[in-house]
Design a protein around this ligand. Structure first.
Ligand code: UD1
Ligand code: MG
Length: 452
């Protein structure tokens, strides 16, 4: 069996934040979730997370993770962190140690590490870096066998030329790990229990040491500062953008696309610049999304066109819909097929039947609108009486004239017409015309006031 230990107890002082480091977000997920997602794809494993800084904030922020949480009350180093959990791990397991602040590690690399660990007592994940500054270097003999790790501070000039670095991640036989942890001391610059010191012990005891290397150096980059977080975010966004393009999505500029969640996408989808996708979004075939749109937790049907500067949040947009520019579709809105929603229209908890039109400057909230209804410019559903929300129900083929207020709760029957400027306070029968207007009068020869 494989036991995975994710170290996540550090505060991350250089983040300059009250939030524990592993709770910072990268592409909409916490750093810890990224590591968890990669680790949880490994077969027959148990995952332990060592948390500490910020108290139970970290476990509370991750109720969905299938892990056992282990508290490290004081952060006395990476070796000390692993000591907190080692007694819960069966002696015959292999223990894989991962870092909660190294978010882009991939399943493929972990799988490779697990595989390589089968033939060894201790297997290190290393990486070749163009600039290895700050990392521990891997020392090898003529035949490539690992001799040890030398930390930057202790390295000779020749050793500093070595570009193969220790990522800190490793897989170790549980029984040996426990034995080595028991011998760790704190005689080092930081006075901490360094997990990495077990490598020297393994060399001394002539244990079988092996290593495997991550494909991309970025996979093993840790997040210590906001600048590093931003760097990894951009890198990850580009990977996602390229994955979407390989599925056939047209991105006008992959450097100006952000996905913070999951996107399921059909064919011939075109996405213009500065579009942000959040949560869980599905997009059908032949969909076009204009610049500067935010789409969160939404289901977008086939042949939909979303024009610039629209926000869609927790909504369903039926096939052939046209949204925006400048539309705001708020939660629990469901548009049937062929609905057009235009500029400066806000919809909230609204259902709109097939071929409905709400083209200009309207607020429609807590409403049910039938098929082929036309909602004129400046229509407002007055859904809130100051204490409670009420519903507006509009039938099929209703024509609502411009600048109408519908004071909910109210119903308008099928085929009814509402004259422009009407305040609808009572139900309107099917087929009727409702109009409430002060009659127009004309004052002939009216003289405008003159400036004195
Ligand atoms: C560590 C390695 C170093 C490696 C580098 C790669 C050691 C001694 N050094 O250094 O060789 O090149 O990572 O990124 O292991 N943590 C705890 N409890 C603690 C201390 C740390 O859970 O008491 C966690 C942190 O939250 C973090 C991880 O362990 O997720 C790494 O700790 P950090 O202090 O950042 O180690 P580095 O100095 O980066
Ligand atoms: Mg670190």
């Amino acid at each position: 069996m494989l036991s995975i230990v994710i170290l996540a107890a550090g505060q991350g002082i250089r983040m300059r934040s009250q939030v524990p480091k592993v709770m910072h977000l990268l592409a909409g997920r916490t750093l810890l979730e990224h590591v968890y997602i990669a680790a949880s794809r490994l077969r027959s494993r148990r995952i332990h997370v060592v948390y500490g800084s910020g108290g139970d904030q970290v476990p509370k922020a991750h109720p969905g993770l299938d892990v056992s949480w282990v508290e490290q009350r004081r952060q006395l180093g990476t070796g000390h962190a692993v000591m907190q959990v080692i007694d819960d791990i069966p002696a015959n397991d292999t223990v894989m140690v991962l870092y909660g602040d190294v978010p882009l590690i991939t399943f493929e690399t972990l799988d490779q590490l697990e595989e390589a660990a089968r033939e060894s007592d201790l297997c290190l994940l290393t990486s070749m870096l163009d600039d290895p500054h700050g990392y521990g270097r891997i020392l090898r003999n003529d035949r490539g066998g690992i001799l040890g790790i030398v930390e930057e501070k202790d390295a000779s000039d020749a050793e500093r030329e070595i570009c193969e670095v220790n990522t800190g991640m490793m897989a170790v036989r549980s029984r040996l790990l426990k034995h080595w942890l028991g011998n760790l001391g704190t005689h080092n610059a930081q006075g901490e229990f360094y997990l990495t010191d077990i490598v020297r012990m393994a060399v001394d005891e002539e244990a079988v040491i092996n290593s495997t290397s991550a494909d991309s150096p970025t996979e093993v980059h840790g997040v210590n500062t906001k600048a590093q977080l931003a760097e990894l975010e951009r890198y990850y966004q580009l990977i996602q953008a390229h994955q979407l393009m390989s599925q056939g999505v047209t991105l006008r500029d992959p450097a100006r696309f952000d996905m913070r969640g999951d996107l399921e996408v059909g064919s011939d989808v075109v996405i213009d610049v500065n579009v942000v996708i959040e949560g869980s979004v599905s997009i059908g075939n032949n969909v076009q999304i204009g610049p500067n749109c935010l789409i969160r937790d939404a289901d977008i049907g086939d042949d939909v066109q979303i024009f610039a500067n629209s926000v869609i949040d927790n909504a369903v947009i039926g096939a052939r819909g046209r949204i925006g520019p400048f539309s705001r579709i708020r939660p629990h809105t469901r548009l049937s097929e062929g609905v057009h929603v235009g500029n400066f229209v806000e919809l909230k908890n609204a259902e709109v039947g097939e071929d409905g039109r709400i083209n200009h400057l309207s607020y429609v909230g807590d409403a049910e609108i039938g098929r082929a209804a036309n909602i004129g410019a400046g229509t407002i559903t007055c859904n809130f009486d100051g204490a409670n929300k009420h519903k507006t129900i509009i039938g099929d083929d209703v024509f609502v004239g411009s600048d109408t207020q519908l004071v909910a709760p109210v119903r308008v029957g099928d085929g009814a017409t509402i004259g422009a400027g009407t305040t609808v306070t009572r139900d309107v029968e099917a087929g009727a015309l409702a109009i409430s207007r002060v009659e127009q009068r004309a004052v002939k020869g009216w003289k405008r006031p003159k400036k004195q």
